[in-house]
Design a protein. Structure first.
Lengths: 367, 127
């Protein structure tokens, strides 16, 4: 195979620590990150029952500030970002046809000053999209290199973190954040958010502090069973919770309404890019829909497998696999709307055979 | 990890062992470590014929699905049904848990495979 010598792989500030900890390193959209340490099943279970620590420093951070920042973002995002500082808002960002540019979290740092946390592989595309659509008095800056990020996830997260911070964590509710928290003299933006379906926190801080913070957190969590977790478990955890992954459940071809994210699309807030197309879809003019399914026959469904209904192609699997907590083979699928409906049976083409599956309610797992 | 005397190995990380005229095949420790947690094994059907190098089984881990290629030519006479409910046996004891047993047509095919020392070197080269 030809080597892609001109592709520069990026490392997070914790790369050496991952290698030393036995992390199995893979190339994830150009980033060298651990897919697992002790094993995906063990790490998955650890996050569901205790807590896990993830390095997610590859995520992108874009800052939008200036007098017109609020209106500018309201105009590009489908969700309503009208909130007090300290609130985090999840939102898709769409093209005029309703297709998805990215899904992201907006942190309101102060009036007319926002930090957008975006998917790593979309950072440059999103940055360009913001620049192209720039309107009014706004400053747009790609600050990704100035942030490292850790995710502490699982039912024990709050107890572990409370040992390290003076703020009362029970006062920080889900999708809220505090900008300047100190952990062992490290300044951290602390957000009660995550991508696992569990309670948890995401911490943003300077890359130079990454090694120290990683160790401080692991030490504090030792008695609670905290362990490092990799990208493999991150994917199985988010999939069980039916959280979308950009590139699979969302894409330029898959709108947030198709993906079942209606509650993050707010036409009532006023004009925004994609609004008219999304209103049409919300009103029922929707040709494709994301559904959850579980296998009836013994087989593992995987991304890209075709789906049939009585011999007719009905769609494809966007994400699938073995679900460790539920101990079932399940997945998400994008189907032509006529084939959707809870309880309906579909066939998944796996290698040479068609294997039976049934459409089920989402999410698969709820804490 | 304990192996068996006379075990032979392929470049695709299968092992094969002759016992009472049958060829037992499985995957190596290197293979299971590469795959990670194994959650499903698609067993071949008894009575089916395979040529050496043909896919005979699929082993699926949390991450990925991987073909297992038959190291020899022959007909499947036994499959290891225990793997249906406990696929993780291929992680915990890869050399104790065979996937299928074949009645070989040409036992001398074994001579073309690697022995333990050659296979260890092959893995060390990271091919």
């Amino acid at each position: 195979m030809e080597k892609e010598a001109d592709v520069q792989l990026q490392k997070t500030p914790l790369y050496d620590i991952h290698v030393a900890a036995g992390g199995k390193i893979v190339d994830f959209h150009g980033w060298l990150l651990p897919i697992q340490y002790a094993g995906i099943l063990k790490e998955h279970e650890c996050v569901r029952t205790k807590a896990g620590l993830f390095d997610v420093s590859h995520m992108g951070e874009l800052e939008v500030s200036g007098e017109d920042a609020y209106e500018f973002l309201q105009n590009l995002l489908t969700n309503d970002i009208d909130a007090r500082p300290g609130k985090a808002v999840y939102s898709p960002m769409c093209y005029p046809d309703g297709g998805t540019v990215d899904d992201l979290i907006v942190y309101k740092l102060k009036e007319n000053d926002y930090l957008l946390v975006v998917n790593a592989s979309n950072t440059e595309k999103d940055y360009q999209w913001l620049l192209e659509n720039k309107k009014g008095r706004v400053n747009i800056a790609n600050r990704s290199a100035e942030f490292a990020q850790l995710a502490l996830q699982g039912p024990k997260s709050a107890e572990i973190l409370q040992k390290l911070v003076s703020e009362k964590l029970s006062d920080i509710r889900f999708y809220n954040f505090v900008n300047e928290v100190e952990i062992d003299n490290i300044k951290v933006m602390l957000s009660r958010t995550g991508y696992t379906g569990e309670d948890g926190f995401e911490l943003y801080f300077r890359p130079a502090d990454a090694g120290k913070l990683w160790n401080v957190l692991l030490d504090a969590g030792r008695d609670f069973g905290l362990a490092p977790a990799g990208l493999g478990a991150r994917d199985t955890l988010r999939l069980e919770a039916a959280m979308p992954l950009y590139g699979q459940e969302l894409s330029p071809e898959i709108s947030p309404v198709m993906a079942g994210l209606q509650r993050f699309v707010k036409p009532e807030k006023g004009e925004f890019t994609g609004r008219e197309s999304l209103i049409e879809q919300l009103e029922g003019n929707l040709n494709k829909k994301l559904v959850g399914f579980e296998m009836i026959d013994r087989a593992v469904p995987r991304t890209g497998y075709e789906i049939y209904s009585n011999g007719t192609k009905a769609g494809y699997v966007t994400s699938g696999g073995y679900f460790p907590t539920l101990k079932k083979n399940m997945g998400l699928a994008l189907l032509d709307t006529e084939y959707t409906g809870e309880g309906r049976e579909i066939g998944i083409k796996i290698r040479e055979g068609i294997y039976g599956a049934r459409i089920v309610k989402l999410p698969f797992y709820r804490r | 990890m304990k192996t068996y005397q006379g075990m032979k190995y392929t470049k695709e990380h299968e092992w094969v062992r002759e016992d009472n005229g049958l060829m037992y095949i499985g995957i190596t420790n290197y293979a299971q470590l590469e795959l990670g947690d194994i959650v499903f094994v698609e067993l071949p059907k008894k009575g089916k014929h395979y040529n050496a190098g043909e896919p005979i089984s699929v082993v699926e881990s949390v991450k990925t699905a991987s073909d297992v290629y038959s190291p020899v030519t022959g007909t499947v006479v036994e499959v290891n049904d225990a793997l249906t409910d406990a696929p993780e046996l291929l992680n915990t004891e890869p050399y104790e848990n065979w996937i299928a047993a074949l009645q070989p047509e040409n036992p001398s095919e074994l001579d073309q495979l690697m022995d333990e020392e050659q296979y260890a070197q092959f893995c060390a080269r990271g091919e």
